[in-house]
Design a protein around this ligand. Structure first.
Ligand code: SAM
Length: 260
């Protein structure tokens, strides 16, 4: 019989067969825990007519579990060396498309149009490469009009900042930017032993969904994110002092854009 990719035995066999070494620089930590993989799929509430976008399929452990439950899975992988591996490990699934691209450079709305049609909303599910967790999340928030929900694994510390409540130590610009726009919760924690190789930090799965109670309208998100970052720029300073910095920058920008 056939062992799932996300078992330790099968993952070790695949790594040996292809003489693969996890690339630290690309945040390669492969999940080897079927329970965790299944819980991710359950948390994302994947059903057979769902369109799923995955970031960083690696050797295909999560991709396989997603493909078993979803209508179609489109996965972005930056590492060329993993393409022949994925072709092999996911060979039995006809509902998977791998795109060999840097997710931060991809035109996600265009890919969604092409792969799923113009009306379909997608669910983003991933075990993220931790070195770019924040830029990926911020990108997804800025281009969220085709995204129904996001369920991703990240370092626990970032998950805590994204979900932090006011007056706590973890509360900062990330918390404000995220919670202004979305409902967000930590779904569950994952320990280091669930990966090969083990990462240095603990991990958490977070679930991001549309706000049930709509707050502010998303006016200009880029400016808003810049403004909030400015407010938290120097944490020892008062908000008043930080805002002076924000204002000075804003006026400078205005001046330069006028002189052109
Ligand atoms: N999904 C697999 C799993 O759960 O075992 C692998 C997850 S691993 C933490 C992160 C994956 O993201 C790696 O396969 C890595 O090559 C890929 N990756 C890193 N940077 C990327 C980028 N900029 N765009 C797309 N994929 C990237």
């Amino acid at each position: 019989d056939f062992l799932e990719i996300g078992t330790e035995t099968r993952t070790m066999a695949i790594l040996n067969q292809y003489r693969l070494f996890a690339k630290k620089g690309l945040g390669q930590n492969f999940l080897v825990d079927i329970d965790v993989l299944r819980r991710i799929v359950t948390t994302a509430e994947i059903t057979e007519d769902d369109a799923v976008v995955e970031i960083g399929p690696g050797i295909g452990a999560l991709t396989e579990q997603l493909a078993k439950n979803a209508g179609k899975v489109v996965a972005f992988e930056i590492d060329d060396n993993l393409l022949p591996v994925l072709y092999d490990t996911l060979h039995d699934y006809s509902n998977i498309k791998i795109i060999n691209q840097d997710i931060l450079k991809a035109n996600l709305p265009k890919v969604i149009d092409e792969e799923f049609g113009e009306d379909k909303q997608v669910k983003v599910v991933a075990n993220l490469p931790y070195y770019i967790t924040t830029p990926i999340i911020m990108d997804l928030l800025r281009n969220d009009n085709r995204i129904d929900s996001i369920v991703v694994m990240m370092q626990k510390e970032v998950a805590e900042r994204l979900t932090a409540k006011p007056s706590t130590k973890a509360y900062g610009s990330l918390s404000v930017i995220m919670q202004q726009q979305k409902d967000v919760e930590v779904a569950f924690l994952v320990n280091k032993e669930s990966f090969i190789p083990s990462p240095k930090v603990d991990s958490a799965i977070i679930k991001i969904t549309a706000k049930k109670q709509t707050g502010m309208q998303p006016f200009d998100l880029k400016k808003f994110q810049g403004f909030v970052r400015g407010c938290f720029m120097h944490r020892r300073k008062s908000l008043y002092n930080n805002l002076q910095g924000v204002l000075v920058n804003h006026l400078k920008l205005k001046k330069t854009s006028k002189s052109h």
